[in-house]
Write a protein that binds this ligand. Structure first.
Ligand SMILES: *Cc1c(COP(=O)(O)O)cnc(C)c1O
Length: 374
């Protein structure tokens, strides 16, 4: 008999904390004792571990994923009258920093199978104002970086990876975050590697740009009271760095648990009428930040799941070109057809490393009931 009274959340941060409680608490105490609250040794230590994890020479701790994108764009000298090509099927913060700098986001439609930016549509959107491309590795599946880097190199554009959902994702064995000129990570609590507050990271292959980001995150400083350029205060704090350094040791294990949970969903949902499962591209490692399916009668299905204690959600219900904040960009309903269709049909099922087989079974059974009724 399935117990349907206890809610299965979309993400269970509590279960994960319980599993590493002592180590995390000790690391917090150590930071408090050392009063290394801003930057300091803990941040340096985490930056080195994280660079090693994604296989780059360098990674920089910053205040959030949004700050990472803002600093990266600023390092690429993106400003008024510039255009940056990206996707509308993402979290708002992918495009927001472009607009904050006075530049214009140019939205390209997605590949309907992977939900990532369709590289074949990029070149048609390049103008003399285009400065950069921001591919998003959405839901934990790498965007088509090989094609995107080729286009960028041909047109002399920067590529800034949005890896907020792709910690540990790989293309042909190469980690996301080690391919673009700059790459931006989020350590928001619900992300695959999440802090206990805001946090973010910048890595990449262009050392000069990284050196600029290093200054920009800390008031353009080169020494305590010497400021080379105009920057911001967007640093990673010591407590978050210490917590992240503990959690990073478990990230591979957690990622494999996500992948195993995804396999179980796929196994149980294969052949179920009315469900479109995730499409995984060849030669990539999908890290399943989210497990997203499509159903025809989405709103009724989601309502049924939620009413029956399944914490399903939508990522994301309103594409960026349809957000009120971007109404002035003048997109219409036909502009990005695959983005619009996805937004109407997607459902994110509960996905976290600690999810049990019984929980997966209950999600699947409730979904089948929903499909029968809706
Ligand atoms: C979470 C997220 C961000 C923003 O990260 P924050 O740390 O919340 O500022 C940016 N892009 C994508 C795709 C995200 O999922």
């Amino acid at each position: 008999m399935i117990n349907s009274s206890i809610k299965i959340p979309l993400v269970d941060l509590k279960a994960q904390y319980q599993s590493i409680r002592q180590e995390v608490n000790e690391s917090i105490e150590r930071v408090l004792e050392n009063t290394s609250f801003i930057m300091g040794e803990e941040v340096k230590k985490f930056e080195a571990s994280f660079a090693n994890y994604i296989n780059t020479d360098e990674s920089l701790g910053v205040a959030s994923g949004t700050a990472a994108l803002l600093l990266a764009l600023k390092a690429c000298d993106v400003g008024p009258s510039d255009e940056v090509i990206t996707t509308a099927h993402t979290f708002f913060a992918t495009a927001e920093p472009i607009s904050i700098l006075g530049a214009t986001p140019i939205f390209v439609d997605i590949d309907p199978l992977t939900y990532n930016i369709n590289p074949d549509l990029i070149e048609a959107k390049i103008t003399e104002r285009t400065k950069a491309i921001i591919p998003v590795h959405l839901y934990g599946q790498p965007a088509d970086m090989r094609k995107i880097m080729k286009i960028a190199n041909k047109h002399n554009l920067y590529v800034i990876e949005d890896v907020a959902q792709g910690h540990g994702a790989e293309i042909d064995g190469q980690r996301c975050g080690s391919i673009g000129h700059l790459s931006c990570f989020s350590f928001y609590p619900g992300k695959n590697l999440g802090a206990y507050g805001d946090g973010g990271g910048v890595s990449g292959t262009n050392t000069e740009l990284l050196a600029t980001v290093r200054k920009l995150r800390d008031h353009g400083r080169v020494s305590k009271y010497e400021h080379d350029i105009i920057g911001l205060g967007e640093r990673l704090d010591g407590l978050q760095a210490a917590i992240l350094d503990v959690k990073l040791k478990y990230l591979e294990e957690w990622t494999e648990a996500r992948r195993a949970a995804a396999d179980k969903y796929v196994e149980r949902l294969t052949g179920v009428d009315g469900v479109l499962l995730p499409h995984v591209t060849q030669n990539v490692r999908h890290v399943y930040h989210l497990f997203v399916i499509q159903v025809e009668n989405r709103d009724a299905t989601l309502k049924y799941l939620n009413e029956n204690a399944i914490g399903a959600g939508i990522h994301y219900p309103i594409p960026l070109h349809k957000q009120p904040a971007y109404a002035k960009l003048g997109y219409n309903k036909q502009s990005l057809p695959h983005t619009e269709t996805a937004a109407d049909k997607i459902v994110s099922l509960p996905m976290f490393p600690e999810i049990t087989d019984q929980q997966i079974d209950r999600v699947v059974q409730t979904l089948k009931e929903a499909l029968d009724k809706c």
